[in-house]
Write a protein that binds this ligand. Structure first.
Ligand SMILES: *Cc1c(COP(=O)(O)O)cnc(C)c1O
Length: 816
């Protein structure tokens, strides 16, 4: 229990809040009202620590990192805050005494979905780790009014429903109007010749919005440190000036009002895809300009030598989305702080660091010059000058080699290339898993690596055990603490001590009993949400992540169709019962991805209702996959599906969450899977498929011929024919034609089977057979599952953060 609160005081505080907010008492309040009141009481527990942390950090003059990210997928806060405050159980008990179930209150909290998937969740894990480790950090992001859409499944199809997460108010945020900033768009740049012969650049004719910050506390685990996630919202710069009847002013006021309304309205729901939309660029500049202006202002409060900025401040750019920070910092330093170019450059190039998250070309951010220079004329001017100087640098190093400028230029072929800007100007470039970083250095960013080898490093991603074990799997968390103490909560490598228990029958039994209970918990959820009964004795095989062709949910469902055919053909076959579980959102305009969801649901419907297979096979699609139900899924998994086309998944973090919870990975040698296998040993994971190098080889030679496989393998042929012969969907044989074509028809896409699904199919089917055989050996499986947990220490985001701190950010730990 936190020192300043006794149970009685806490209950009193909840009762006071109920009165104050709703004029209600515990008996008459709704669950939502109770959730709000309890959250405000928890906020009271946080606020002192929050203020004193900020004061201490300031007093110590600690260096800080601004983690700049378009997305923070924080998940629900109430339970996690209580865990990090160290009083979850005490508060649960206190509430129980007045007849309130904390679990039900937690379910009342909207899941703030301010992110798409892995990239946004990584940002949230990083803030948890930074704070728990005692580093000074700010998250900088956007307060989208509508985050990721809610997914409804209607007749097997995905329907996107807006998620108004703010409708009842979000109790943990704090509006900070005193720190509002003006952000400008459009207009033109005027030059004024000064006495000394140089120019002042003056931005005129622009439209403005007011960026208003909302702060959310990030609580360190039992260490009294509280950092801040600052998300910016947009408001009109000035209220309607009623006395002004000038038509021009009126129009402009209306336009500015409209700009403010649209800019933070909605998160772009496309993962790993660049749409080139003007509003997206506005969002990027909006939150970056406000964050950069505030960072400079805050620095100047404690230091009047701006040249020392990089000594106290680092900007980490989460993918290219916030890369415009480079040009914006240059602008603020030159136009507002009156620095010369060289000084501004000296500061900027030692402040900004860039994380690369993907090698997929469709994700690369490139903006048309026309759009960019129209929306951000002064910033564009600065990028032009950066590019001019950078090209001169390239030409000096590689005289006459025009290919180098073509590849590395920041402005080229009518476009502004954000990754090139980030690498040319940042002092650090990192990939997110060892394999990914190697591919960057040897292929995607080879020219940059040759020019700036000292900038490149690897930082394998991680996840926070506070959410993905303490909160997601309390039974296992308590069991581990019982066995090895609780130091693992802040030092995950402690889990290796569990290796001792792989020879201990009783411990293995306990471990598997916990898994069974978590499977029962998930089965209950599935019954409630899907109306499907699943057997916790069957193998729970789970693939949850964004729906994307490279992640190959299609390989998984085609294999299930193949298994179903086998059971139907040989009803007496000795088949270990399996439950295949999917969860995935598809971007609204991503046709093949949405069709894959329909296919999964269509196949599930047929299989789940076929009495002749005696429940040996079940298929479940979890609606609206998000952080809150993800926690149930990781805890309940026997098998973790990590089956991306090798080279395409930069790291993955879902793979780590499953491993931590004792699931066995079936996967390709891709992303962090490589390092997972290295930690747990190749006897305790099942690996299949082409290697990254093999995939890249094929790609360099125009792909491969899937028709050959179709012709020579009757099992695969049968499955593919079932896509178009009405076997699953008698009413409409054309429904899945586009999936069939994507696999076989070279005319329909640039290359048939771009993601090597048929090529890897046999190898995957063999791997699945190994899983079945493995699972039948209960003892061996239990050992392997426990070993997965025991060997997952490396994948804590605490480890990742310590590497960033040591190699890139150079922060000092707080001592308070
Ligand atoms: C961890 C996580 C992801 C990322 O999963 P991958 O398998 O690494 O793609 C996406 N969404 C949610 C809700 C997560 O918790």
């Amino acid at each position: 229990m936190a020192k300043m609160f006794s149970k009685e005081e806490f209950i009193k505080s909840v009762e006071d809040n109920l009165k104050l907010l709703y004029r209600k008492d515990v008996e008459s309040a709704s669950t939502q009202q109770l959730y709000q009141a309890v959250s405000y009481s928890v906020k009271e527990m946080i606020i002192e620590k929050w203020m004193s942390s900020q004061n201490e950090f300031e007093k110590q003059g600690a260096k800080m990192v601004y983690y700049m990210s378009m997305e923070f997928l924080v998940g629900r806060a109430l339970g996690n805050n209580l865990i990090n405050l160290g009083c979850y159980k005490e508060i649960a008990e206190a509430l129980d005494e007045i007849g309130v179930d904390l679990n039900l209150l937690e379910d009342e909290e909207p899941d703030p979905a301010l992110g798409n998937g892995g990239l946004g969740r990584l940002a949230a894990c990083f803030l948890d780790s930074l704070t728990t480790l005692g580093y000074r950090a700010y998250g900088c992001g956007i307060r989208y009014h509508y985050g990721m859409f809610k997914q409804k499944i209607d007749d097997g199809f995905q329907k996107e429903v807006p998620d108004n997460w703010l409708k009842d108010g979000y109790p943990f945020e704090l509006k900070r109007p005193e720190h509002a900033k003006e952000v400008r768009f459009g207009g033109y740049v005027n030059y004024v010749l000064k006495q000394d012969g140089t120019y002042d650049y003056i931005h005129e004719g622009y439209q403005s919005v007011k960026a208003v910050p909302y702060d959310i506390p990030i609580i360190g685990y039992k260490n009294n440190v509280v950092n801040t996630l600052r998300i910016w919202d947009a408001e009109p710069i000035n209220e309607f000036q009623l006395e002004s009847f000038d038509a021009g002013d009126y129009k402009k006021a209306l336009e500015q009002d409209n700009l403010a309304k649209t800019i933070t309205e909605v998160l772009y729901p496309k993962d790993d895809h660049m749409a080139g939309k003007e509003l997206r660029l506005k969002q990027q500049y909006f939150f970056i300009s406000a964050s950069v202006q505030r960072a400079v202002e805050a620095f100047k409060l404690g230091n009047d030598n701006i040249m020392e900025f990089p000594k106290y401040v680092c900007f980490q750019l989460n993918d290219t989305h916030p890369t415009i920070a480079i040009a914006e910092l240059m602008r603020v330093l030159m136009d507002d702080e009156m620095l010369e170019w060289d000084d501004a450059w000296e500061i900027t190039s030692h402040t900004c660091a860039y994380t690369n998250h993907t090698i997929m070309s469709e994700a690369l951010e490139k903006w048309p010059i026309e759009l960019f220079s129209r929306l951000l004329p002064r910033v564009y001017q600065i990028i032009e000058e950066i590019n001019r100087r950078f090209q001169a640098q390239i030409e000096a190093k590689y005289p006459g080699d025009t290919k180098k400028v073509e590849k590395m230029g920041i402005i080229y072929d009518g476009q502004v290339r954000m990754a090139n800007l980030a690498i040319a100007c940042g002092f650090s470039v990192n990939g997110v898993a060892r394999l990914h970083t190697e591919i960057l250095k040897k292929q995607e960013l080879k020219d940059f690596y040759e020019m700036f080898p000292e900038k490149f490093s690897n930082k394998t991603n991680g996840i926070t055990q506070r959410r993905f074990l303490c909160h997601a799997n309390p039974l296992l968390a308590d069991w581990i603490t019982d066995k090895i103490g609780d130091e693992w909560i802040t030092n995950l490598s402690e889990l290796s001590k569990l290796k001792l228990y792989t020879e201990d029958e009783k411990a293995l039994n306990e471990f598997m009993t916990i898994k069974f209970k978590n499977k029962q918990r998930l089965a209950k959820y599935v019954l409630e949400h899907n109306g499907v009964e699943i057997d916790p004795h069957s193998i729970f095989d789970i693939q949850v992540k964004r729906l994307h062709e490279y992640k190959r949910q299609l390989l998984n469902i085609l294999h299930i169709m193949y298994l179903y055919n086998r059971i139907k053909e040989r009803p007496d076959i000795d088949f270990y019962p399996r439950t295949f579980i999917f969860g995935a959102k598809a971007a609204a305009g991503y046709h093949i991805a949405k069709l894959t969801i329909k296919l999964i649901n269509t196949v599930a419907d047929i299989i789940n209702n076929d009495a002749s297979i005696h429940g040996k096979l079940k298929v479940v699609f979890i609606e609206d996959y998000r952080v809150s139900n993800a926690e149930l899924l990781f805890a309940a998994a026997d098998v973790s599906e990590q089956i991306s086309t090798a080279s395409k998944e930069a790291s993955g973090t879902g793979n780590m969450k499953f491993m931590l919870n004792g699931a066995i990975t079936i996967g390709t040698m891709d992303g962090a899977n490589v390092e997972i296998v290295e930690e747990v040993g190749d006897d305790n994971a099942v690996i299949f498929g082409l290697s990254a190098q093999e995939v890249i080889e094929y790609e360099n030679h125009g792909g491969y011929d899937p028709v050959e496989i179709f012709n020579s393998d009757p099992d695969i042929r049968k499955v593919l024919m079932q896509l178009i012969n009405g076997f699953y969907n008698p009413g409409d044989t054309e429904l899945f034609r586009d999936i069939y074509n994507s696999l076989l028809n070279t005319k329909s896409s640039s290359r048939a089977d771009t993601y090597f699904i048929l090529k890897d199919f046999k190898s995957y089917a063999n791997a699945q057979e190994k899983i079945e055989e493995f699972y039948r050996d209960k003892n061996r499986w239990a050992k392997a599952a426990l070993l997965n947990t025991a060997c997952s220490g490396k994948f804590s985001s605490d480890r990742t953060i310590e590497e960033y701190v040591k190699d890139i950010w150079k922060l000092e730990k707080a001592n308070f």
